[in-house]
Write a protein of this length. Structure first.
Length: 440
């Protein structure tokens, strides 16, 4: 009997024993193409000798020192690199061990900021109905999926949710993309006025929606309008790039594409590239200084923040993304993969939409292409596809939750940036085979 506590207690999973390049291997030697990079984690692929060497060297020199006594060279170096690469003036970095921790730190920092500047009445957040921000209690409260939140309600962090920018289902006939973006962004202003903007801390949003919708970027102009609304009402713009960041969408920071600046940004997943658990919360000096000049103490912390071995790994990841042009490669290979998917599945009767940026691509599954009618939720098509694809040696990331968090299915593809053309062929071929087996 396994004593590991799996998320699905009835699951019977194979043992992962080896990873090399774009492939994973189980205990029986079966090979799987890692077409989802875990969950948009493995940007460099598996078995990267440079990252492994850096981790070993750091373990030899120093594995751990508590950050209340010491800083460390790997942590300082990583913060410098992130600040140099980030758009706008995000120049302070708080290093954590994963995505939920980064979001949790962001929520607390934002709340503390308003307390320090004597606006304690700002106590709540606005987020979007289709979003995932993590599973710790604060992050869970900001996430949009009602079915995830409701079992734990009432949640301590007050959040209300507005519509996402979701062109496939939101744009109405006769409306331009731009007008749609402005209309849906204006929901933020309406919500702020409804709540009383002086009570709101921040708007929490993924620049490209990941797990809940399957790689949905906003239309042009949406985020500029969001930024204007936040500025107008003194609300912080908190961008969650845990999934879409670190080059995944073709720019190192996803929001660089939208030409906006953020007050707080969270990153994780690709930062450790699967080699170490690490995440970061970045903020502007305005926020940091308010705390430094006020109480002088961020009321937060974890034992493993700024872990030297995790930072050593992330430093190599950052170097590879930037100096080896892997972000550029992600963008180029992303276009090739998306083109290949459109060519093969563009007219498929059960694929309503193919979207995404870089190597962050979603395929939306529908029962009827014309009416965009989703599959009935009890069919759990995404689960059948996930299982069959895995059987066929393809690890992809199908999810339910396109509409209200329960209905609707999509497949998320987020392979490593080292992808080669033959991997693209393999993804398309195995996906075709899987769809035939599941949908007929
Ligand atoms: N934010 C986003 C946008 C995510 O996609 C995720 C994870 N899927 C998280 C936060 C939480 O990250 P973690 O699972 O590392 O806690």
């Amino acid at each position: 009997m396994s004593h590991v506590f799996p998320r699905h207690t009835k699951s019977d999973l194979p043992f992962a024993v080896k990873g090399q390049g774009a492939y994973l291997y189980d205990h029986k030697g079966k090979q799987y193409l890692d077409a989802s990079g875990g969950a948009a984690v493995s940007c460099l692929g598996h078995g990267d000798a440079d990252v492994i060497a850096a981790i070993k060297a750091q373990a030899d020199a120093l594995a751990y020192a508590h950050t209340s006594f010491f800083t460390s060279h790997p942590a300082e170096e990583l913060a410098d690199k992130l600040v140099a690469a980030a758009p706008g003036d995000l120049d302070r970095v708080y290093l954590v061990s994963g995505g939920s921790e980064a979001v949790e730190a962001a929520l607390k920092l934002a709340r503390q900021y308003f307390i320090e500047i004597d606006q304690p009445e700002r106590h709540r957040f606005v987020a979007r109905r289709q979003s995932y921000h993590g599973n710790t209690l604060g992050a869970l409260a900001t996430g949009g999926n009602a079915w995830r939140r409701e079992p734990f309600a009432p949640l301590m962090v007050q959040t209300s949710h507005i519509a996402p920018c979701y062109e496939y289902r939101g744009l109405v006939s006769g409306e331009t993309q731009y007008d749609y973006g402005q209309r849906v962004a204006n929901e933020l202003e309406e919500e702020l006025l409804r709540l009383g903007p002086e009570t709101v801390i921040g708007f929490v949003v993924e620049p490209v929606v990941g797990a809940t919708l399957g790689a949905v970027p906003a239309v042009n102009g949406y985020f500029k309008r969001i930024r204007e609304i936040c500025d107008r009402y003194g609300v912080l713009l908190i961008l969650d790039e845990v999934m879409c960041g670190m080059g995944r969408t073709g720019t190192l920071f996803a929001h660089a594409f939208d030409g906006i600046t953020a007050d707080i940004v969270t990153i994780a997943k690709g930062l450790g590239a699967g080699y170490q658990p690490i995440g970061a919360m970045m903020c502007t000096s305005r926020i940091y200084d308010a705390i430094a000049d006020g109480s002088g103490f961020f009321q937060h912390g974890h034992t493993y923040v700024g872990h030297p071995m995790a930072c050593a790994a992330a430093n190599v990841v950052m170097d590879k993304l930037i100096k080896c042009d892997l972000v550029q490669r992600c963008s180029t290979m992303g276009t090739s993969l998306q083109d290949a998917l459109v060519q093969t599945f563009g007219q498929h009767s059960n694929i309503g939409d193919i979207r995404g940026r870089g190597l962050f691509i979603g395929l939306e599954l529908v029962a009827d292409r014309e009416t965009k009618q989703p599959f009935a939720p009890d069919l759990a098509i995404h689960k059948l596809i996930k299982r069959q694809a895995f059987e066929n040696g393809l690890a992809c990331y199908p999810m339910g939750g396109t509409l209200d968090g329960k209905i609707g299915d999509h497949i998320l593809l987020a392979p490593p940036f080292i992808l080669e053309p033959e991997h693209i062929d393999e993804i398309v071929e195995k996906l075709s085979q899987t769809l035939k087996q599941v949908l007929g």
